[in-house]
Design a protein around this ligand. Structure first.
Ligand SMILES: Nc1ncnc2c1ncn2[C@@H]1O[C@H](COP(=O)(O)OP(=O)(O)OP(=O)(O)O)[C@@H](O)[C@H]1O
Length: 491
């Protein structure tokens, strides 16, 4: 079997030779060109597994080659070599479709990592495990976990398929629950990095004092309690993808360190003297407006510029109501793993219409919660409008069955309104000894949920991660519930 062939385009003979030697040592065949025109004629005659081009060439700029190759029919990863510290060129090349970039002087360990991941681009990618019937997701990018056939979702999928091939940092924006993490997972799953780890970090959930150690790892003895060497998120995601979720929550001091790690592609463990090369594709996500955070000084412009090379916008669910039918089917299919009867449950036509008229401030996550609740209420395998618990469909606030309150509700209904919320707070089933039923069950359950969450937050000094643990829910679920119930830190 012949070795992969690489084209090196550089007018500086010594740099060309250096690259050739390094690549040949990696067992690759190398052609070299000293100008754009020489590169074009090589490309007309041969197939390449990777092109590596300098930015400044005697007859033009390397970026022209990037545009030509990207517009061509063949998928050939092309990386550019930029002058040291030239972030502008690197970002411009990535935006133009370059697979990746290397800064001068080219570090051989980084060259090796980059070539290895470029060579994986042409290889078939393992299909991610489907979440629902594969028929639901036919069409472009059908291996994706993001469900939906609306025009917006089809466009999104096409974008994901395209950008999965490159190393360019992607910034995913969209409202809470609109599928940002899922999109990041799809980018990873379709990329040549699919067989390497995908690590999702919630930047808002890490105490500031631990951040550096969590991101970059630490050496034994670096601080009290550091009993062993430990890898950080960057090392854990090596070769794969690192999702910086809620990136706007990163404190400014950490933003500086992160920028450096991105620029240098090296990290240093806390307490270590040497840096190590890391090969990580960065994806960031936020429901905040990052440009506004830059303007108000809460987010560094240089980091924003580095992370925001390609922007992927997730549409809110209310702007793609066509997808609701598919989503409902898929979510019920997924719930059937836990609730076997979910498989047979269907949605009454009026219930589907009610969902289509609903604003979904919590997007797909909220739809999941609504259906989970409705399943518990559905009779004879049919979810009716009332089972959805939607309040003021179209504009109203959603009503979600709070997990915590679920097991109180039936006994509660049977017995009447509670005299006090205290028993719930103490972790004991609420006993209804009042004479009157609540005038609105959803509001009543919301009050209980709000109170329980406030208690958990008070007990944990507003540490949301700990409060979520205490309540047996995920951090994301807690954050979603806090938003829904308007619970703020200052409460
Ligand atoms: N298009 C979709 N198809 C199928 N499931 C989806 C879709 N979008 C979102 N989901 C589901 O909705 C839930 C929320 O999605 P996800 O966590 O990706 O949202 P998010 O935008 O990252 O939320 P947050 O801003 O709160 O972190 C997940 O359970 C996810 O599987």
């Amino acid at each position: 079997m012949s070795s992969p062939r690489i084209l090196v385009v550089d007018d500086e003979a010594h740099l060309r030779e250096l690259l050739e030697i390094a690549l040949v040592k990696m067992g690759l065949d190398v052609d070299s060109a000293d100008s754009l025109s020489a590169a074009r004629s090589h490309l007309a005659q041969n197939d390449y597994a990777l092109i590596l081009t300098d930015m400044r060439l005697p007859d033009g700029l390397g970026i022209e080659l990037v545009r030509e190759v990207t517009a061509g029919e063949k998928v050939i990863p092309i990386a550019v070599i930029t002058a040291y510290g030239s972030a502008d060129n690197a970002v411009m090349a990535l935006k133009a479709g370059a697979f990746d970039y290397l800064s001068k002087p080219v570090a051989l360990d980084q060259l090796r990592l980059m070539v290895q991941s470029a060579l994986r681009v042409g290889k078939p990618v393992e299909t991610p495990r489907p979440v629902a019937d594969s028929k639901l997701r036919a069409g472009a990018g059908s291996a994706l976990r993001l469900i939906g056939q609306s025009a917006a979702m089809q466009e999104l999928r096409t974008q994901i398929v395209r950008l999965a091939r490159s190393m360019a940092p992607v910034a995913i924006t969209g409202e809470s629950g609109s599928g940002k993490e899922l999109a990041a997972r799809d980018i990873h799953a379709l990329s040549p990095r699919a067989d390497k780890p995908f690590v999702a970090v919630n930047c808002g959930a890490i105490p500031e004092a631990l951040m550096e150690a969590e991101f970059f790892g630490y050496r034994k003895g670096a601080f009290t309690g550091a009993a062993d060497d430990r890898d950080g998120f960057f090392q854990a995601a090596n070769g794969g993808t690192l999702l910086l979720d809620e990136v706007a929550d990163l404190p400014l001091a950490m933003q500086v360190k992160l920028l450096r790690a991105i620029q240098e592609r090296r990290v240093r463990k806390v307490g270590a003297t040497v840096e190590e090369a890391v090969d990580v594709r960065l994806v960031s996500a936020t429901h905040q407006n990052l440009a506004e955070c830059v303007e108000s000084g809460r987010f560094r412009q240089d980091l924003y510029y580095r992370l925001n090379v390609i922007e992927l916008k997730l549409p809110p669910l209310r702007e793609r109501l066509d997808d609701i039918g598919l989503l409902v089917a898929a979510i019920l299919g997924r719930l059937s793993a836990f609730t076997p009867q979910a498989e047979q449950v269907t949605l009454a036509p009026a219930a589907l219409s009610a969902l289509c008229a609903y604003a979904f401030p919590g997007n797909v996550r909220e739809l999941e919660n609504i259906l989970e609740r409705a399943l518990a209420f559905a009779n004879d395998g049919v979810i009716e409008v009332a089972d959805l618990g939607l309040k003021g469909a179209g504009q109203g606030r959603p009503v979600e069955a709070p997990d915590l309150a679920d097991h109180y509700s039936e006994a509660a209904l049977a017995a009447g309104a509670p005299a006090s919320l205290e028993p719930v707070v103490a972790g004991m089933p609420a006993q209804f000894n009042g004479a009157e039923l609540p005038s609105s069950l959803p509001d009543y359950l919301d009050d209980i949920e709000r109170d329980v969450i406030r208690q958990a937050l008070t007990r944990t000094h507003f540490n949301r991660t700990k409060a979520a643990d205490l309540l047996g829910i995920s951090f994301r679920q807690l954050r979603y519930r806090m938003q829904r119930l308007s619970i703020h830190e200052q409460d």
